[in-house]
Every structure is written in structure tokens, then in C-alpha cells.
Design a protein around this ligand. Sequence first.
Ligand SMILES: NC(=O)C1=CN([C@@H]2O[C@H](COP(=O)(O)OP(=O)(O)OC[C@H]3O[C@@H](n4cnc5c(N)ncnc54)[C@H](OP(=O)(O)O)[C@@H]3O)[C@@H](O)[C@H]2O)C=CC1
Ligand SMILES: Nc1nc(=O)c2c([nH]1)NC[C@@H]1CN(c3ccc(C(=O)N[C@@H](CCC(=O)O)C(=O)O)cc3)C=[N+]21
Length: 286
Amino acid sequence: MPAKTINGKELGQKLREAMTGEVTQLREEGIVPHLTVIIVGDNPASKSYVNGKKKASAQTGISSDVIEMPASVSQEELLKKIEELNNEKAVHGILVQLPLPDHINEQLVIESISPYKDVDGFHPVNIGKMMTGDDAFLPCTPYGIITMLHSYNIPIAGKHAVVLGRSNIVGKPVGQLLLKENATVTYCHSKTENLFEYTRSADILIAAIGKPNMISGEHIKDGAVIIDVGINRKEDGSLTGDVDFSSAAEKAAYITPVPKGVGPMTITMLLQNTIKAAKGLSHLGG
Ligand SMILES: NC(=O)C1=CN([C@@H]2O[C@H](COP(=O)(O)OP(=O)(O)OC[C@H]3O[C@@H](n4cnc5c(N)ncnc54)[C@H](OP(=O)(O)O)[C@@H]3O)[C@@H](O)[C@H]2O)C=CC1
Ligand SMILES: Nc1nc(=O)c2c([nH]1)NC[C@@H]1CN(c3ccc(C(=O)N[C@@H](CCC(=O)O)C(=O)O)cc3)C=[N+]21
């Protein structure tokens, strides 16, 4: 039976509509949730997500601004800007678009953002709290994936979830969140031997590797749930995921498309985190 498509664009839109009520309430209390995005250099792909974020925030009533810095900006200058934003009461969320140019230490930059304003959920304090199951800012892509599974009433507990990729922003945290939901989790990466033996045994397969169409129908189990995180730009400018959608959709029970799958959910959860930041951060002891 052909798979049901998980429509992240539509779900994200619905969740953002539901957020407008929360934002209105905050505004009535005199709090205007505000997100500041810092973008270093002028990578056109980065600009495209930044524009997506801008549009989606405006739609929910969240205010946002973008600080553009040249690729040649010094690390010191970037850290100084972050420090200013950490101290600015009207700014609730700070996002520094990754990757950063080679002369800037990415980890140092992540750690310089106040954990109370870390709406990406990349700060070690938030990662630690996520691991122990405490309230924290959850990284947006993994949070969006779990939200999709819940919204489509897809059972997770007891299932074999196979995560392809172990980056700090997607692979590692999505595995942790699935574990919290009582899945049995296997991580695969570029050194994994016999990768397709794992993909074929997955009830839930998360592909976050950045290799266009590497996973196809022959690599998956009948009735599996396929979450395609990959965003690969083709020569003609269009996007494709890590999964060959048409062959996988013939076998899967559920599948996310690219575009209109995980991407719009990432942006939606970023806005959810910004609202959380604006509501106050007592859960982090602040
Ligand atoms: N939809 C969204 O909102 C988002 C999408 N993305 C997209 O998701 C993809 C992954 O992003 P990100 O996690 O940042 O990427 P990284 O490049 O940081 O990590 C890729 C991971 O995939 C593994 N990998 C690479 N090649 C293979 C292979 N042939 N077989 C098995 N594993 C492999 C790597 O293994 P190793 O660790 O051994 O090197 C690594 O762990 C990209 O396409 C990115 O554009 C990213 C963020 C958000
Ligand atoms: N600090 C930081 N936080 C991030 O969350 C972050 C980052 N850096 N660096 C880059 C990656 C990538 N990422 C995407 C988010 C949404 C879409 C998205 O909405 N994509 C649309 C298509 C957009 C288009 O057509 O270009 C879709 O999939 O439907 C894509 C990619 C966030 N990232």
C-alpha cells in the first residue's frame, strides 16, 4: 500500500496558527517575543532559511530581526555582539546561523549564547538537560520530528528507530528524544558496516546524512516510517532529500517529503522555543 505523506508544511502552519493566541496573550502582558538571527557571510542557501524564519515569525506575531555580518568578521566582534544581545532584555531568542567561516570557533560561539536565549538548543546546558530529561530548549529539527510523529499518532514506544547521522544538531539529539519516547535506538554513520542491514530492520528510519537519494525502497522494511531530514540542492536549484521518495513511498507506511517535510517543522519549533524564552526561563534557574 502506498505510504501516507506526512505534510510538515501543513502541520507547521497549523501549529503556528495555534501559537498566535499565546503570542497575543504575551503581547497583552507587555511582552513582545523577539528573535534575533545572526548570519555571517552571504551564503544564498542560508539567506533562504533566514527569509523563511522571518516570514513565519511575522505570521505568528513574533518580532524578529536579522544581523548580517561579513564573512571576514572577527571572532571577537561576533562574540561582542552576542554578549550585547545576551544583555538586551527585549531579545528573548538568539540564533547564530551555522556553519560559520573557518576562522571562527563554532563551539565557542554556541557556548557564548546565554542558555536562556538558546532557542536552537545547541548550548551544552540545554543538551545536558535534554539528556537527563529536564525541561530545556530542544533542538528544533529533532523536536519537529517528534512533534510530527505525535501529530500523526505514530507509535514510538518499543519500535526500532534507526538514525542515520550523528551530528550534534540532528542525528545525536533525535536519537535521544526517540529513546525518551521508549524506542530502541540504533545510530549509524559513515563508518557503519552493512548499513542497509540496519535500515531494513528499522520501524522508524531517520535519514540525516546529506546524501541525495541514498536510501531507496529496497533499503527499507514494509510498513516503515521514513523521516527524511536531508536537504540537498540539485543543479537545477530544486531540493531533494536523502531518500528516493517514489520508491520508498511504495513500501513505507508514512514518509516525509523534501521540501515541505521536516524543514518547515524546524522553523515552527524555533518559534515555539522563542515563545518559551519570552515566557521566562525559570525552568533553567534564571
Ligand atoms: N530539514 C531541516 O530542518 C534540516 C536539514 N538538515 C540537513 O540534514 C542533513 C544532515 O545535516 P547535519 O546533521 O547537519 O550534517 P553533518 O554533515 O553534520 O552530518 C552528517 C552525518 O551523516 C553521516 N554520514 C555521511 N555520509 C554517510 C554515509 N554514506 N552513510 C552513513 N552515514 C553517513 C556522517 O557520519 P560521520 O559522523 O561518520 O562523518 C554524519 O554523522 C543535511 O542534508 C542538512 O542539509 C540539517 C539541519 C536541519
Ligand atoms: N543555528 C542554526 N540553526 C538551524 O536550525 C540551522 C542552521 N543553523 N543552519 C542550517 C540548517 C538548515 N535548516 C533548515 C531549516 C528549514 C528549512 C526549510 O524550511 N526548508 C524548506 C524549503 C526551503 C527552500 O525552498 O529553500 C522545506 O524543506 O520545505 C531548511 C533548512 C536550519 N538550520
